[in-house]
Every structure is written in C-alpha cells, then in structure tokens.
Write a protein that binds this ligand. Structure first.
Ligand SMILES: NC(=O)c1ccc[n+]([C@@H]2O[C@H](COP(=O)([O-])OP(=O)(O)OC[C@H]3O[C@@H](n4cnc5c(N)ncnc54)[C@H](OP(=O)(O)O)[C@@H]3O)[C@@H](O)[C@H]2O)c1
Length: 260
C-alpha cells in the first residue's frame, strides 16, 4: 500500500510505540488521527507531526463503546474514510499469576482483545469506503512464544494474532488487508514499569522509532506479519514445531529471575 496521502488512526498514540508509529507515518506523508485517554499526551504527539496535514487528536478510551462511537463519528465527519487502522493501545502486565486480581485480568483482556476487535468492527464501514485499506494489529513476541510470569498478557496477544488471521480471511476479498506486528521488548513506559522482569528476558531493548520503521515498511509491502530481525524468527518456528524445547529454555530463563 502506498502510504503518502492516506489517512490513519493510531490508538495509544500518546506514548511509546504508538507515538513512534504516528511520527513515522507522518514522515511518510500520512494524515493522522491520534487516540488515547490522556489529552495532554496526544497533544504532545500531535506537536511532533507534519503541521501541514490536518492531523487530529481524539481523546477516548477504546474499551468504552460510547468512546468508540465518538471516534467513528469524528473520522466520518473529518475524512469520510479510513485507510489504515492501527490497533496499538494496550496494557502490558507481568507477575505471578497467583497475584493477579480479577480487575487487572479483565482490564487486560478488555484493552488488548475486546477493544481492538470491537473498534475494527465499528470502523469497517469507513475502511470499506476506498479499498485497499488495512488493519495493523500490534501484538507481541509473547503472542507466539508465551512466557511464564506473563501468562495472561501472552494469552491476549495469542488472541490478537488469531483475530488478525481470521479478519484477513474474512475481509481480504473486499480489500481490507491485515498486518500483525510482533515487537520484542521495546523501551517504553510499559516496559519501564516491568524493568526487572524484562531485564531477566533480554539484555537490550529496541527503540520505538526503529520498531515503527519496521512496521510501516511491512505495511508498505502489504505484509501479513512483521517480526523483529534476528533469532526470534527461529524461536517462533521452534515454538510451533517443538514447543517442549522452548518450554525448558524459557523456564530456565525465568527460574534464574525468580531465584535472583
Ligand atoms: N514495550 C514493549 O516491550 C512491547 C513489546 C511488544 C508489544 N508491545 C505492545 O505495544 C503496544 C504499545 O505499548 P507500549 O509499550 O508503547 O506502552 P505504552 O507507552 O504504555 O503505550 C500504551 C498506550 O496505550 C494507551 N492506552 C492504554 N489503554 C487505553 C485505552 N483503554 N484506551 C485508549 N488508549 C489506551 C495509553 O495511553 P493512555 O494511558 O493515555 O490511554 C498508552 O499511550 C501495546 O499493545 C503493547 O502490548 C509492547
């Protein structure tokens, strides 16, 4: 898909990967709608975009149906169409499963699974106005390689990957493509909050700007998925073919963290 001149909505655009995705999209000539709950964070992202385009900020909570309806109404009024929906807003949650409260699990599933499915459904009429259009779902390496101490979070990203495949099969013939992106650990507010846990898994974090370049380059090529360059792709294949080999590797890795 050629990105220049196209219209994209990025959820969770007030920080981290979402902000970087908005900035990179703007560099590639797109007009952006930014969504998130914090209006001040959206305004800070808006200030980083190409001011010659009619970019807009839509403060909204994607887990609330009335807020999603407000997003649809605003995009319909301003653009009358949508070329790319980026479902990026998410909660990153880690820790022992015994400590997880119902409310935290419900928030995780509502934000990472229910909201992107419902928002995609709500925006389909606008995505179908001028095909080809595309839905970009921001998953995680944990959506392929589930980790101990991230059991609920891993489950949400598996669900998002499944949704992405089904959506592609359901709407591909009508011109709505799907790209599932699986970043690895990336330096964001969410990663900062889980610094010790993430340090046990990886010695280095990716920069959001580099992740955004990989994702938009994949969208330009109409790729169905985008994984980080390097050894991760091998582990994804290993997980699918020989999950018990990955079991022992990740258990050893996290046992070190628990012991340490
Ligand atoms: N960082 C990593 O290591 C990593 C790795 C792989 C995948 N990811 C994925 O990347 C995505 C972005 O995460 P991040 O690391 O960039 O974290 P982040 O900086 O915390 O960004 C998450 C964004 O989502 C927004 N958000 C959360 N709940 C929302 C809601 N109910 N409605 C609207 N917006 C909401 C937040 O803004 P408000 O609080 O203002 O609403 C925030 O801007 C997530 O889907 C995450 O799972 C992250």
């Amino acid at each position: 898909m050629r990105l220049e001149g196209k219209f994209a909505l990025v959820t969770g655009a007030g920080s981290g990967i979402g902000r970087a995705l908005a900035v990179e999209a703007s560099k590639r000539g797109m007009t952006l709608a930014l969504c998130g709950r914090r209006a001040d964070a959206l305004a800070a992202t808006l200030a980083l975009l190409d001011a010659s385009k009619a970019n807009i900020a839509i403060p909204a909570d994607v887990t609330r149906s009335q807020d999603r309806a407000a997003i649809v109404a605003r995009l319909k009024e301003n653009w009358g169409r949508l070329d790319v929906l980026v479902n990026n807003a998410g909660v990153v949650n880690g820790g022992a499963l015994e400590q997880e409260e119902d409310a935290a699990i419900e928030r995780l599933v509502a934000t990472n699974v229910t909201a992107p499915i419902a928002l995609t459904r709500d925006l389909l009429p606008l995505l179908l106005v001028a095909p080809p259009s595309r839905v970009v779902n921001i998953g995680s390496m944990f959506g392929d390689i589930p980790f101990p101490l991230f059991s609920a979070y891993s489950a949400t990203k598996f669900a998002l990957r499944g949704f992405s495949d089904a959506l592609r099969r359901e709407f591909g013939d009508r011109g709505v493509g799907v790209t599932y992106a699986a970043p690895r650990a990336t330096r964001t507010e969410a990663a900062d909050a889980l610094e010790q846990l993430i340090a046990a898994m990886t010695p280095s974090l990716d920069e959001p700007a580099a992740v955004a370049v990989q994702i938009w380059s994949a969208v330009e090529k109409d790729a169905t998925s985008v994984y980080p360059p390097g050894a991760e792709r091998f582990f994804v294949l290993l997980q699918r073919l020989f999950p018990s080999l990955v079991d022992s590797a990740v258990r050893k890795q996290m046992a070190k963290h628990i012991a340490g």
